[in-house]
Design a protein around this ligand. Structure first.
Ligand SMILES: *[C@@H]1O[C@H](CO)[C@@H](O)[C@H](O)[C@H]1NC(C)=O
Ligand SMILES: *[C@@H]1O[C@H](CO)[C@@H](O)[C@H](O)[C@H]1NC(C)=O
Ligand SMILES: *[C@@H]1O[C@H](CO)[C@@H](O)[C@H](O)[C@H]1NC(C)=O
Ligand SMILES: *[C@@H]1O[C@H](CO)[C@@H](O)[C@H](O)[C@H]1NC(C)=O
Length: 563
């Protein structure tokens, strides 16, 4: 399974190189599919103890212990299987998909430390593999899970509708999807732990997948004759907010955490919100958009000098990439799924350029394209032109290079762990990571020119007026008894219009300081109060209402003591 690195640099053997990538793809594809299925209960050979339809993150039980089910990972994994089923590539998967939706519907109803199904519990990131709540401290909530689960189930719902089974969609699937979409519409503007479970702030990946789920959710609701609630309006607001992650050079993936923000988060967002009909739209950061390509170059380049295994590789050739350059988790090594994601974004871009018969270079994407042609100038190049032909062929070769890097560090049995060592290339951290296998399947499919069904991303527009918001952190000192929690409500929709039912749960991670960060309208005065809930009973703070004067920009921290 090892490819000679020499192939990567020798133009003369480009054909041999692409053939060796072909050969890796042909061998690894079935291994990845089998590895993925082995991690799904009840029959998966490595998923002993997992309930039907439950995806384990990895069979690894110690250092690290990943024998849990994450809503994010499971939804991404099942989106792959649902796409294989609905495209006809594997018609045997239906019982497993039905197990998945049953299992997820149960998890939705399982009360957990984030709350109940109606009070925030849908933001719970992970559960035990028997479907019970995981109750230890964790980075919660993680608000991408419900959006990704809705996206997976909507793909299945669309196929069922097209195949004469609208009854099942309306009666069984829609109520599950609706819970997730209502949660997303209600909470997308609140802070969240990112997909790496480390930073509690705003996360580009989370906002991007939330926006997508609301768009396709609204389309499905209308098709079913169901109310689409405020999905379209909130999708517009989320799209406004999505624009704010762009810093004119790259996507700042997290608003907190004190890092550069250069992160695989952004590349994963681009491939998981790819819509083959959306062209190279930059507002949704489509894979071929100038912003997403400029971002990709900044992201890839950030790993060139920090990993020993990337030493000596030409500055415009593929390298191993990880989650983010500052990463230290498990030693902060390259990840298979991050490196595959780079290739997938490039193959997705090629699909669209070939479909639309042209490729546009802008001043924003110029540095990306100059890697392949130093004298290329901004402009649109039609298919058949020498520029189009040489750029697309170089970019395909560049994309193949990222597969070749992962291939080089894939052991001979084809197993994909989570990471491989930055100096030796030896696989490390969790073995048989289900998400690694899923990422192999999606990149191999994109390499073949196959795109997932469209989600309605074509022609979406950023609303003409976007409300600007400022992240406001509320800290309140409050001692509580066991089982009692502190919540926040206030005078604006982001603070749930004074609704005690929908009040926002604060985190007690720094007890007795309770905290939450909420995006509030910039340059405004917002009234609020804290409330306590204990055994369903609500206790308000004493009058008068509190007020926070939200600045026009930046961030703001309010420090209060329970009153
Ligand atoms: C799991 O195995 C049982 C027993 O052989 C079988 O009845 C069931 O259909 C299998 N489930 C799936 C999803 O294949
Ligand atoms: C509709 O799909 C569900 C889920 O797979 C299945 O259980 C049901 O039998 C289907 N109904 C019809 C009429 O095909
Ligand atoms: C809050 O009130 C505004 C104005 O009445 C309304 O448009 C909005 O939908 C409400 N939002 C929530 C979350 O209740
Ligand atoms: C709240 O405390 C933080 C940290 O001590 C401080 O930076 C901030 O300025 C305080 N906020 C206000 C409004 O005084």
């Amino acid at each position: 399974m090892r490819l000679s690195a020499a192939f990567v640099f020798l133009g003369l053997v480009v054909n041999a190189f692409s053939q060796s990538v072909d050969s890796y793809v042909n061998t690894e594809g079935p291994i990845a599919k089998a590895g993925l299925l082995a991690n799904i209960g009840p029959n998966g050979s490595k998923a002993h103890g997992a309930k039907a339809g439950i995806v384990i993150a990895s069979p690894s039980t110690s250092n690290p212990n990943y024998l849990y089910t994450w809503v994010r990972d499971s939804s991404l994994v099942f989106k792959v299987l649902i796409d294989q089923f609905t495209s006809g590539a594997d018609t045997s998967l239906r019982p497993l998909i039905d197990d998945f939706l049953t299992a997820e519907a149960r998890l939705q109803q399982t009360s957990n430390p984030s709350g109940t199904v109606t009070s925030g519990g849908l933001g719970e990131p992970k559960f035990n593999i028997d479907g019970t709540a995981f109750t230890d401290p964790w980075g919660r909530p993680q608000r991408d899970g419900p959006a990704l689960r809705a996206t997976a189930l909507i793909a299945y719902a669309n196929w069922l509708r097209a195949n004469g089974n609208t009854t099942f969609v309306s009666n069984t699937l829609w109520p599950i999807i609706k819970l997730d979409l209502d949660y997303v519409a209600d909470t997308w503007s609140q802070s969240t732990f990112d997909l790496w479970e480390e930073i509690d702030s705003d996360s580009f990946f989370t906002t991007a997948v939330q926006h997508r789920s609301l768009r396709e959710g609204s389309i499905l609701a209308n098709a079913l004759g169901q109310s689409s609630n405020d999905y379209d309006a909130e999708a517009g607001n989320a799209l406004c907010f999505l624009q704010t992650y762009w810093n004119t050079k790259y996507i700042v993936s997290n608003t907190g955490g004190g890092r550069s923000g250069i992160d695989s988060n952004s590349v994963l967002a681009s491939i998981h919100t790819f819509d083959v009909n959306a062209g190279c739209d930059a507002t949704t950061f489509q894979p071929c958009s100038d912003k997403a390509l400029a971002n990709l170059k900044v992201y890839v380049d950030s790993f060139r000098s920090i990993y020993g295994i990337n030493n000596g590789i030409a500055p415009n050739a593929a390298v191993a990439t990880g989650r983010y350059p500052e990463d230290v988790y498990f030693g902060g090594h390259p990840w298979y799924l991050s490196t595959f994601a780079v290739a997938e974004q490039l193959y997705d871009a090629l699909i669209v350029w070939n479909k639309q018969g042209s490729l546009t270079v802008t001043s924003i994407s110029l540095p990306f394209f100059q890697q392949f042609s130093s004298d290329i100038a901004p402009g649109t190049y039609a298919a058949g032109s020498s520029q189009f032909n040489s750029l697309t062929s170089a970019i395909r070769n560049f994309a193949d290079g990222f597969i070749a890097v992962n291939a080089k560090y894939t052991p001979s049995n084809g197993a994909l762990d989570e990471q491989y060592d930055r100096n030796t290339g030896k696989p490390t951290s969790a073995v048989d990571l289900t998400w690694s296998y899923a990422s192999a399947l999606t990149v191999f499919s994109a390499r073949k020119g196959v795109a997932s069904p469209s989600w309605g991303g074509a022609g979406v527009k950023v609303p003409s007026t976007c409300a600007t918001t400022v992240p406001v952190t509320f800290n309140v000192q409050a001692t509580t008894q066991l089982g009692e929690d502190i919540f926040l409500v206030g005078s604006v929709p982001a603070l749930q219009n004074w609704s005690t039912d929908k009040a926002l749960l604060l985190s007690a991670a720094n007890y007795p300081t309770w905290s939450i960060t909420v995006n509030l309208p910039a340059n405004s005065a917002v009234q609020y109060k804290f409330i306590r809930k204990f055994n369903g009973q609500v206790t308000w703070e004493s009058d008068p209402n509190r007020q926070v004067n939200v600045p026009a920009s930046g961030t703001f921290t309010e420090n209060d003591t329970w009153r």
